[in-house]
Design a protein around this ligand. Sequence first.
Ligand code: C2E
Ligand code: CA
Ligand code: CA
Length: 534
Amino acid sequence: MRRGDAPTSGMTVGGPSWRYLPVALALALPVLVCVVWTWLHANSVQRQEAGMAARIVRVQAESILSQSWDMVERVAGLASGPCAELLPDLQRWGALNPYFRSLVLARDGRVYCSSALGGVDASVDDFSRWPVRISPDVWPLTVTGTPLAPDRPAVLVGKSRPDGYSGIVEVDGRYVQDLLNAVATMGDLQLELIVGKGAPIRSDSWGRSAAPAMPLYRETASGPGGAALAIDVMVPPEALVQAWSRSMLTYLPAALLIGAGLALGAYRLQSSRQSFKEQLRRAMRADEFQVHYQPLYGQATGRCEGVEALMRWERPGVGPVRPDIFIAAAEAEGMIVALTRHLLTLIERDVRTWATPPDFRIGVNIAPEHLSSAGLVPDIQAFVASVAARRPLIVLEITERSLISDNGQARRNIDALRAKGLRVAIDDFGTGHCSLSYLQEFPVDYLKIDKGFVQAIESAGEEAPVLDVIITLSSRLGLAVVAEGVETQRQFDYLKARGVAFIQGYFFARPMPSAEFARWYAEDAQAGAAGQAG
Ligand code: C2E
Ligand code: CA
Ligand code: CA
């Protein structure tokens, strides 16, 4: 295989495995999305559950604290008489309320009366095993135990009076713990509650998981009497993984189905692209392509001095396909080199039937891929040899894009072909990248000014400054100008007045099939001769 052939077979480079990559991706993508999404979903569901659990705990804790708050007000209000006198009230209040372990009275740091034990004399510091500070004057907090029940957590709410008396309410932590346990079963959760700066009260599930649990949710609130409440919810990683796999079981079949659908679509697209190449090959074999020739007006002679070859594809039963569309598709499918070679054989066939003089210009559009392939020079040489009888001047129309992306091969091709007498034109000049530096680097012969600039010539007397600059630039660079898309007398006159060498456009002539061009050219030649004679 010649090096120039490589791009034509570019689709199959790397073998079929590469071809099916998009199919595999189409299948894998929804599955991947499903895996990631279900993980995020499982996390968010767990977080929602944790949030709900934390809120239930908070509401309940607030209710207990609010009752304790009412009670401590009453207890602190009592604390100034002897214990024997106050004890019946303390005992009654303690017995009537389900949450309280005991109600305690203290004076100057010493406990002197308890609803559970009656008259006592103990230091409040006994609580200090479970850090308690009887100031400021209200202090709710959780502790891991109390002197009465050292191993059972409790919530203490105390209130000090200015005269040194204080009341303390001990709420049995069992209630809180039962609540935490019940809520924890909502989703394999681990919970803890802290009131004030106290010790945490935890659900039995706390710390039981094999792997360390992950923090999922934290709820903080300011409870009755300004008590700070903090509820932490953790979840063991295995519970998250379980929730994830449950969610995967639900959605994975759908993802697989979508993946299969996409893969099928990608496969069909792949095969239709494949068959587009086939269609082009078949169309070339079936001779469905034609070349239309658009005459070029030469300022020097005032007559047609050349043509641009423009490809046409008439599909039987479908109609004409727009050239910019099938050319772009052929470029994308790696078929442009084959198509251009076919075009050259068609031109060769047409040129034989013309009566054009030597040096009659034939412009051929060369795609970037072809320009930068080693196959260009032999292709063009073969073409030149095949049309040698008429000795036309071949002009290769190339784009700015193909010069800017050149890796050296384009430059070598241009040099080699110009050395053999061919000419090179920059097509659609001014519409590509605005880097003019390549104009100095690349030796070319013509600039074809894009029709966009020509259409700027609208009314008499009005200037087309960009066009003027391009014309001046060309003459400074020693390049001849071809103006494209000239549609009106005004545009034609404007360009002629500025010495533009060649003018192409509907105003002078439309692109036409070979036979029609041959007739048109003969008439143009006659008219020219008559004009000269007259
Ligand atoms: P292009 O090379 O710029 O060709 C000039 C286009 O302008 C042609 O369109 C032509 O019909 C059109 N044109 C000519 N005079 C006028 C005018 O006065 N006014 C207007 N509005 N348009 C005018 P076409 O034939 O449709 O070709 C479109 C493009 O397709 C070409 O643009 C060229 O890039 C590409 N193309 C056509 N044939 C070939 C080919 O054989 N090989 C390659 N590589 N590309 C080709
Ligand atoms: Ca062109
Ligand atoms: Ca053009």
